[in-house]
Design a protein around this ligand. Structure first.
Ligand code: GLN
Length: 547
C-alpha cells in the first residue's frame, strides 16, 4: 500500500505579504529534491469564486492553469519552482466553497438539516484540502492559507486545519506559521512580541504551530530563538529564520541552511537525505553571473504594480539565465507612448514586449510602440492583447485599413481585424467564461515560431475572448504578416509573425505561464537571444558612428 499522504499547513501572522507562497514553494522544492512527490495548494479566504474577475490593482496577475482555472499568482511560483503543473484543485476560495455547499443545499442533499459554517463549510474545506492527497499522486501536500491569522474570514480555514490535524494524527500533519520579527531601529532591536501574539491567536483557535518561519531583515541571535521557542511552544530547532533574499530563487537554499526540510521530515517521520539541487544551483549561478545585459521594454498599463506581470518578469529571469545575460526590464506605461515621444521612449531598447490586457485604456500607445519596433527592426514579442495590437497596427499602417480595430475597443470599427470569438457571442457572465486553459496549436513548418519551439505541435494556455478575424487572413498574409500557428479544430489564429523582421512574433496564448526554472520557455529564450544579438549590432553601429 502506498504510504499515506502527509499534510503541511502554512499560516501567516503579523502582516500579509510575508511570502508564504515562496516559503511553501521553497519547502516543496527541498522535498522534491529528496525524491518526494510534493504539491502545493492555496486557500484564499475571499468571496470571489476565483480571481479571474479581479482587477490587477486588487490582486496582481491572474495565473491560468492547464485545466483552465483562473488562479492566484502563487500557483505560478509553485509551477516555476517545482516544474510540475497545477490545476483547479490547487486553488480554492471561500466563494467556491460556499458555492458548492449552497448548490448541494439547493439539491436537497442536506436532508432538511440547518446548513452551518461548522460542520458544513469546514467539511467542504477539509474535502478540498484532501482531494490532492487522495489522488495518490503526492507524498506531501502543502496547503497555504491566505490572509493572516485573526482575520474574520480565515476562521473557518483555521478551524478546518484544527480538525484535520486531529483527524490525520500526530505524524501526518503539521503547521508552519510564517511570521515577522520587526527591527526597531530606534531601539536597534529585533522584536518578538508580535510573533508571540500571533502564535497565541492561532492557539485560541486550538492550533499549535509546530514550526515558526520568521521573516527578518537581520540575523536572529541564538537567545532570541530560544525566547521564541520558549514563548511559542516550539522546539528551538523549529525556529527558522527567513532573512530577506536578493532573489526569491535563493530561498530554497536559505531554508536548507536553516534545516527547514529536516525539521519537517523529522516531524512527519519521513526519511531525510541531502536534496539534489544541482540543476537549481546551476540556474542560480547563471542568473547571478551574467556575461552581458539587454534592455527590454515591457509595455502595459499596470506597470506601476509589481505583481501584475509576475509570470512575464519571471520568464525573463529564466530566459536571461539560459542566455547568460541580465535582462533589465524597463516598464513603460502604454499611456505615455505617443507618436511624438515614441522614439525617445523606445529607441535605446533591445527588445519590446507588449503585454496582455483588457479594455481600451492605453491601446493607442501599444499600437504606436508596435509600429516603431516593426519599422526599426527591434525584436518584438506580443502576448495576447499584445498580439492583437500587432495585428491592428499592421492593418492600419501597412494594409491601409483606416480605423481598423478590435471590436473590444470599438464595436463599430469599419475593419474588425480582431473580433469576438463565435463561441463568446452568447456569453453574458463574466466569471470563468473566457477561452481558458491549454489548447493545441499547429505551427507552420519552417516558420520562425516552429524554429523557436523546434517542433510543429505545441500546447499553450489561453485567456481571451477576442481573436484574429480570419476574413482578413489572406490580406494580411499577402502583405507579409503570416499566420503561422493555428488551432486545428477551430481554425483560430494563435501566432502571427513577420518573416522579414529579425524577430517579430505575436501569440494569442500566454507562454509566460509555462516558463519554469527547470524549463525556461523557448519563446522567451529566443526573444532574449534575439534582443542580445540586436544589442550587439546596435552597439557596434553606434561605436562606428562615434568614430
Ligand atoms: N482583451 C483581449 C481578449 O479578451 C486580450 C486578453 C488578454 O490579453 N489576456 O481577447
Amino acid at each position: 500500500m502506498a504510504a499515506k499522504t502527509k499534510y503541511i499547513f502554512v499560516t501567516g501572522g503579523v502582516t500579509s505579504s510575508l511570502g508564504k507562497g515562496i516559503i511553501a514553494a521553497s519547502l516543496a522544492k527541498l522535498l522534491q529534491a529528496q525524491g518526494y512527490r510534493a504539491t502545493i495548494q492555496k486557500l484564499d479566504p475571499y468571496i470571489n469564486v476565483d480571481p479571474g474577475t479581479l482587477n490587477p490593482y486588487e490582486h496582481g496577475e491572474c495565473y491560468v492553469t492547464d485545466d483552465g482555472a483562473e488562479t492566484d499568482l502563487d500557483l505560478g511560483h509553485y509551477e516555476r519552482f517545482l516544474d510540475t503543473p497545477t490545476s483547479q484543485s490547487n486553488n480554492v476560495t471561500t466563494g467556491r466553497i460556499y458555492q458548492s455547499v449552497i448548490n448541494r443545499e439547493r439539491r436537497g442533499e442536506f436532508l432538511g438539516k440547518t446548513v452551518q459554517v461548522i460542520p458544513h463549510i469546514t467539511d467542504e474545506i477539509k474535502r478540498r484540502i484532501q482531494i490532492l492527497g487522495q489522488s495518490g499522486e503526492y507524498d506531501v501536500v502543502i496547503t497555504e492559507i491566505g490572509g493572516t491569522v485573526g482575520d474574520i474570514e480565515s476562521l473557518p480555514y483555521i478551524e478546518a486545519v484544527r480538525q484535520l490535524k486531529w483527524d490525520l494524527g500526530e505524524n501526518n500533519a503539521l503547521v508552519i506559521h510564517l511570521t515577522l520579527i520587526p527591527f526597531l531601529s530606534a531601539a536597534a532591536e529585533l522584536k518578538t512580541k508580535p510573533t508571540q501574539h500571533s502564535v497565541k491567536t492561532l492557539m485560541e483557535s486550538g492550533v499549535q504551530a509546530d514550526i515558526l518561519v520568521c521573516r527578518t531583515e537581520h540575523e536572529l541571535p541564538e537567545d532570541l530563538r530560544r525566547k521564541l521557542a520558549l514563548f511559542c511552544n516550539v522546539r528551538e530547532e523549529a525556529v527558522i529564520q527567513a532573512i530577506d533574499a536578493s532573489t526569491i530563487y535563493d530561498v530554497p537554499n536559505l531554508m536548507l541552511e536553516q534545516g527547514l526540510d529536516t525539521v519537517v521530515l523529522k516531524r512527519l517521520k519521513l526519511k531525510s537525505s541531502t536534496p539534489d539541487l544541482t540543476q537549481w544551483n546551476a540556474f542560480l549561478d547563471r542568473h547571478k553571473n551574467p556575461k552581458s545585459e539587454v534592455n527590454i521594454g515591457l509595455i502595459g498599463k499596470y506597470v506601476e504594480l509589481q505583481d501584475s506581470y509576475k509570470s512575464i518578469i519571471e520568464s525573463f529571469i529564466h530566459a536571461g539565465a539560459a542566455n547568460e545575460v541580465r535582462v533589465n526590464i524597463e516598464s513603460i506605461h502604454s499611456e505615455h507612448i505617443n507618436p511624438k515621444e515614441v522614439a525617445m521612449r523606445l529607441s535605446h531598447l533591445d527588445g519590446v514586449l507588449v503585454a496582455p490586457g483588457f479594455g481600451e485604456r492605453g491601446i493607442e500607445g501599444k499600437i504606436e510602440a508596435v509600429k516603431y519596433v516593426r519599422e526599426h527592426n527591434i525584436p518584438f514579442l506580443g502576448i495576447c492583447l499584445g498580439m492583437q495590437m500587432a495585428v491592428i497596427e499592421f492593418a492600419r499602417n501597412v494594409l491601409g485599413l483606416q480605423n481598423a480595430n478590435s471590436t473590444e475597443m470599438d464595436e463599430n470599427t469599419p475593419h474588425p481585424v480582431i473580433d469576438l470569438m463565435e463561441s463568446q457571442k452568447n456569453v453574458t457572465d463574466k466569471g470563468g467564461t473566457m477561452r481558458l486553459g491549454s489548447w493545441s496549436c499547429d505551427l507552420q513548418p519552417g516558420s520562425k515560431i516552429a524554429q523557436v519551439y523546434a517542433t510543429n505541435h505545441i500546447n499553450e494556455r489561453h485567456r481571451h475572448r477576442f481573436e484574429f478575424n480570419n476574413a482578413y487572413k489572406e490580406n494580411f498574409e499577402s502583405s507579409g504578416l503570416k499566420a503561422t500557428g493555428i488551432n486545428a479544430e477551430t481554425g483560430l489564429v494563435e501566432v502571427v509573425e513577420l518573416p522579414e523582421h529579425p524577430f517579430f512574433i505575436g501569440v494569442q496564448y500566454h507562454p509566460e505561464y509555462k516558463s519554469t526554472v527547470a524549463s525556461p520557455h523557448p519563446l522567451f529564450v529566443e526573444f532574449v537571444k534575439s534582443a542580445h544579438h540586436y544589442s550587439k549590432i546596435s552597439n557596434n553601429a553606434s561605436m562606428s558612428y562615434q568614430k
